[in-house]
Design a protein around this ligand. Structure first.
Ligand SMILES: [Zn+2]
Length: 153
């Protein structure tokens, strides 16, 4: 059995807890201010550098905040694109409906007028479909990024 020194779980190696600065200068009662505590183990471990451990802890915390913000940003962008997609899909449905109505109304229009109108609508729908495809592609990429971000430890 070995008695190892490991980094204090309470102060993460800092030796004091800023939150308790008003009580005995905030010295960590767990480790007495050394940043290290002892642990019995079957494995012999090297004594960690408490300051390095604390810096690492702060670094990890910062990374977590950055990651959290990035996830929020992605979710906002996804929501925006999803409503964009819905709006564009609605437009497409409306235009398809218009073509159907005009096809039924062909008694009042010359075939030439009708063809020109349908052509114009088709061009608009084509552009709209391209936009929908683009949004879907963008969304797919964002979903992938979000999945990767939320699943990596
Ligand atoms: Zn401590």
């Amino acid at each position: 059995m070995y008695i190892n020194k490991i980094v204090c779980l309470k102060c993460h190696g800092l030796g004091n807890i800023p939150y308790y600065a008003g009580i005995r200068d905030g010295i960590c009662f767990q480790c007495g201010g050394s940043g290290l505590i002892t642990e019995k183990s079957n494995i012999k471990k090297d004594t960690p550098n408490p300051k390095e451990c604390y810096n690492q802890y702060i670094q990890d915390k910062k990374q977590q905040v950055i990651k959290h913000n990035k996830i929020k940003e992605l979710k906002d962008k996804i929501q925006e694109l999803e409503s964009d997609l819905k709006a564009n899909t609605d437009i497409e449905t409306t235009k398809q409906g218009l073509i159907n109505i005009f096809k039924k109304m062909n008694k009042n229009y010359t075939q030439q007028e009708l063809d020109a109108f349908i052509d114009a609508i088709n061009v608009t729908i084509k552009l709209n479909n391209d936009k929908i495809c683009k949004i879907k592609k963008e969304l797919k990429e964002l979903y992938k990024q979000l999945y990767e971000l939320t699943n990596d430890k």
